[in-house]
Design a protein around this ligand. Structure first.
Ligand SMILES: Cc1cc2nc3c(=O)[nH]c(=O)nc-3n(C[C@H](O)[C@H](O)[C@H](O)COP(=O)(O)OP(=O)(O)OC[C@H]3O[C@@H](n4cnc5c(N)ncnc54)[C@H](O)[C@@H]3O)c2cc1C
Length: 376
């Protein structure tokens, strides 16, 4: 069995460790800071499969089942708020119908297309006069990103993985068919290295001597205090269709008197941010843009609302809008698990299973369609 070092202790690295340790592989995660100190700890935590691209749906359905199972063993703060994606044209509704059809083939029974009357009943605060339909799944929801990442890390440890915090990889050298890594806590040797460094993926690729194409895109979210408390959990509502809209607002429940809202986009809208040096707060411009979208689309919430604490993190995006998972072809003994964009938290368990499959079976057995995500 090959020995493995995973660089990066975010959700991806911890899920890779969990899957490898379960399969009996000797695996060590090296995290330069703390588990979930990167993008994973800044996520909003949404876990769902109401997507439109079949390949991404395959990853998300696999992963949601893993979150369901983990929630039975550990407190990951899983709130099944439901997930609603809004559409405005017949073409959007046709896309949603294809998503539902694909999800059915994977055994998801409760996702469905909903009409305007049902949308208005689900989210009374919404303006619906221009809405054509929605993609809805009541059992989707959100987890606490710190609790979820820590729970995968704990389970990986219980299965025999070593997860070392405060340990930065500073140099990598391939010699005698193995990797020798220099770190801030001594040298390591491993047959295989997994790059799970999220927004730092290009820097880790450079250490290994190859190029990376991850573009860290700064995205923000903010707490929204409501004038009137909600009488029920607010369904997660996404006003964005991948590949159709440039960006859109989302609303996530947090408490009866509080939501978390943000603007989502999977496109490379900005030049790449430096993961070691980018503004962590939210700009006035961004707040105005979000306030405008909320006032227009959610008039029932926007009346009397007030913004609270906001923050920014990085989506580790790739130009293809897809992650890279599998053996690199330009160097020996390296598996990529990078580029999960705005969907990395909810993709973690799928990434773990795929890295395990590439390592042990040289094929993405658990999710065969993910063969197309292997590095070119
Ligand atoms: C505002 C916001 C909201 C989001 N909401 C969601 C959501 O609702 N659902 C969802 O699925 N996704 C969401 N995301 C996206 C998600 O956060 C990311 O896709 C995901 O966290 C990426 O995980 P990762 O493990 O690849 O990266 P990270 O969590 O960044 O982990 C990489 C780790 O590598 C470590 N590292 C880097 N270099 C080295 C080195 N040389 N040596 C050792 N360690 C190193 C870093 O310290 C870091 O901890 C959101 C992101 C943001 C910013």
């Amino acid at each position: 069995m090959p020995t493995v070092v995973v660089i990066g202790g975010g959700i991806i690295g911890c899920c890779v460790a969990d899957a490898l340790a379960e399969a009996g592989v000797d695996v060590e995660v090296l995290e330069r800071d703390r588990v979930a100190s990167g993008s994973s700890g800044l996520a909003v935590g949404v876990v769902e499969s109401q997507y439109t691209d079949p390949g991404w749906i395959d990853l998300r359905v696999f992963a949601r089942r893993a979150f369901d199972a983990l929630a039975d063993e550990a407190d990951i703060g899983f709130v099944r708020s439901g997930y609603l994606r809004l559409g405005y044209a017949d073409a959007d509704v046709a896309l949603f119908a294809r998503s539902v059809e694909h999800q059915r083939t994977l055994g998801v029974e409760d996702a469905r297309v909903v009409g305007v009357a049902e949308i208005a009943a689900l989210v009374p605060s919404l303006r619906t006069d221009d809405v054509a339909g929605g993609l809805w799944c009541p059992s989707d929801g959100y987890v606490d990103p710190h609790l979820a990442t820590a729970a995968f890390a704990e389970r990986a440890r219980a299965r025999g993985a070593r997860i070392v915090e405060g340990c930065a990889v500073t140099r990598a050298e391939r010699a005698g068919g193995a990797w020798r890594l220099e770190t801030t806590q001594g040298a390591r040797r491993a047959d295989v290295v997994v790059n799970a460094a999220g927004p730092w993926a290009n820097a880790v690729a450079a250490l290994i001597g190859v190029a990376g194409d991850v573009s860290p895109q700064r995205r923000s979210a903010i707490q929204v205090h409501l004038a009137e408390p909600l009488s029920a959990v607010h369904p997660f509502t996404m006003n964005y269709i991948p590949g159709v809209d440039p960006y859109g607002a989302y609303v996530r429940h947090e408490a009866a008197d509080r939501l978390i809202c943000g603007l989502h986009s999977e496109d490379l809208l900005d030049p790449p941010s430096d993961p070691d040096d980018y503004p962590r707060g939210v700009t006035q411009d961004w707040q105005e843009q979000l306030a405008g979208q909320l006032a227009f689309r959610f008039p029932g919430l926007a009346d009397g609302m007030a913004f609270g604490e906001g923050w920014s993190g990085l989506y580790p995006c790739r130009p293809s809008r897809e992650p890279s998972i599998g053996w690199r072809r330009d160097v020996d003994g390296v598996i990529d698990a990078v580029g999960f964009g705005g969907g990395g938290l909810q993709s973690g368990p799928a990434a773990g299973a795929l890295v395990r499959d590439w390592l042990l079976h040289d094929a993405p057995v658990a999710i065969p369609s993910a063969a197309s995500l292997a590095p070119a």
